[in-house]
Ligand binder design. Structure first.
Ligand code: PMV
Length: 316
């Protein structure tokens, strides 16, 4: 039985995570080495409306209707049917495969949403344009996470490096000279909603202090955009380090991430910071040409459970 499939990459935030939730700009890039892939198969013998989910990497095999109403898969199937004006699906099996680690700052949830919307809309004969995929994936993120900025679904839908400000049209980044990142996973699972909620409580207790930190993070993102567009990537190093210092002030880092950041710098990285929600998950190191493999080895020796070397370029 032929399947209809959709794919989406992982992502990494270069500058401005958390501050982006409070309206400051941020920069993000796709990470194509990890992918979510969703396939929809017709199930001709099943009763209309029965949707079987098979997600082997997270050990999930279930009828969709047995999952909680707030489950993001349920939300996105509903959003897709409403969008297409179709009351219900015929019987189908939806298989989800993803090499993107969950709760690790690489956008696994948004990537599954984007891939699933692409697969389902193709199955229904009306593949959605990226703009609609992005909007619907954002709706699902909002229902699930509360206050997402929209950066994850946007960079993952378009698969290109971009400059993002909440509520504004995204802008593509022109990467004048490609540069290399080493991404390292601390192995600590950290749900986005917990890190974002913790910071919100601190911000509510002392808004002036946190608004000033967010302003500095936003200014760094603007400066970094200029540096990337001018083609002098090593000048990003000190900006990345300054962003990490701000993330520590926000109290979203943790000893394991601090340790990986220090190890990357000691191994010759131009700069290093956590990436994504923090309190675990991944960090990134900006590597000089030829230095990436050594930095990745140093990060694994310092406790990273996996490393990815990725090149940032305009083609994404
Ligand atoms: O879900 P993560 O770990 O990729 O992080 C998302 C980035 C945040 O700025 C922390 C939240 C958001 O909605 O932008």
């Amino acid at each position: 039985m032929p399947a209809f499939s959709g794919r989406a990459p992982g992502k990494s935030i270069l500058f401005g995570e958390h501050a982006v939730v409070y309206g400051r700009p941020a920069l993000a890039v796709p990470v194509n080495q990890v992918q979510a892939r969703v396939s929809v198969f017709a199930d001709p013998l099943g009763p209309a409306g029965r949707i079987l989910i098979d997600a082997p990497e997270i050990g999930l095999q279930s009828e969709l209707s047995a999952l909680p109403e707030t489950n993001p898969l349920r939300l996105l199937v509903t959003a897709c049917l409403v969008e297409m004006g179709i009351p219900r699906l015929p019987a189908v099996k939806i298989r989800i495969n993803s090499s993107i680690p969950v709760a690790a700052g690489l956008g696994s949830g948004a990537a599954v949403s984007v891939a699933a919307l692409r697969a389902l809309s193709s199955f229904l004969g009306h593949p959605l344009a990226d703009e609609r995929v992005n909007d619907l994936a954002f709706q699902v993120e909002k229902a699930y996470h509360g206050t997402p900025s929209g950066i994850d679904n946007t960079v993952i839908t378009y698969g290109r490096p971009l400059f993002f400000e909440r509520g504004q049209p995204y802008e593509l980044l022109r990467v004048a000279r490609p540069f290399t990142l080493v991404i390292a996973d601390s192995g600590i699972s950290s749900p986005t909603s917990a890190a974002v909620g913790g910071l919100r409580a601190r911000w509510q207790a002392d808004p002036a202090r946190y608004e000033a930190i967010f302003d500095q993070a936003g200014a760094l993102a603007r400066l970094a955009r200029q540096v990337i567009e001018d083609g002098i990537p090593q000048q990003l190093g000190p900006l990345i380090d300054q962003n990490q210092a701000l993330l520590c002030e926000m109290d979203v880092s943790c000893p394991e991430l601090d340790n990986l950041v220090a190890a990357a710098r000691a191994a010759g990285a131009w700069g290093a910071k956590l990436s994504g929600a923090g309190k675990g998950g991944n960090m990134i190191a900006l590597a000089p040409p030829e230095g990436a493999v050594e930095i990745a080895e140093a990060l694994r020796a310092a406790g990273a459970v996996r490393t990815i070397i990725t090149k940032v370029e305009t083609a994404g």
